[in-house]
Design a protein around this ligand. Sequence first.
Ligand SMILES: Nc1ncnc2c1ncn2[C@@H]1O[C@H](COP(=O)(O)OP(=O)(O)OP(=O)(O)O)[C@@H](O)[C@H]1O
Length: 232
Amino acid sequence: MELLHVHIEQAGYEERDNVIRNVAFTLGSGQLVGLIGPNGAGKSTTIKAILGLIKKTKGEVRFSGPQGNYAYIPEHPILYEELTLWEHLELAAAAYGLKADEFRERAEELLAQFKLGDVRHHLTTSFSKGMQQKVMLIIGFLTKPDVYIVDEPFIGLDPKATKELLDTLNAERRRGAAILMSTHVLDTAERICDSFVLLNAGETVAQGDLDQIRSDCGMPGASLFECFHTLT
Ligand SMILES: Nc1ncnc2c1ncn2[C@@H]1O[C@H](COP(=O)(O)OP(=O)(O)OP(=O)(O)O)[C@@H](O)[C@H]1O
């Protein structure tokens, strides 16, 4: 089942309205698609265009899942100074209209998974960078949306947290959610993604599963890392 359809003809900023040109892909139920490309290629701009945060966007973005919703997990934590971790979770639950018992069960499960149970009543400003990143993951996972849009989730996470993240993403895929994930961590992306959208200078230079990417760059048997270097 298709959950997200993206066709951005053009998106950009005040000074330059065509940072992204002709980026198109779909996300189906259970799919994990990696959005990759060098610094400045346009990954964040693509994500912002999908989220409707860029005024100068031409094209179409359609969330077509059963709930029609999504969770965005940003690269840099966005947290309220005056709220504890638990209050952040309550706020998210209220915003998404989660039922109280459903919220508590899901929150406890995620706090245990990401090892933040002991600090639930602490202000998130007292947390390390990695802990703050984990709070953003928990808030995203709390709402069980149709689609996840995750911007570079691996930076700053320790190996245990990375494993929890990968396990939770897999569980969400089994539930039927789709995931768009931008990342520079290509060996992990190669291992976990079903397919890729490889951007360079605002355009798609290769797209599809690893075999399609390999054939786009004429390197059968190459790693994603090697294809990336050839194509960008
Ligand atoms: N707010 C902005 N105003 C004007 N230009 C911008 C703005 N944000 C990004 N750009 C430009 O758009 C282009 C794409 O940037 P973008 O942040 O989408 O790249 P990225 O692929 O996410 O890079 P990175 O891997 O470094 O995060 C770059 O040339 C950048 O300079």
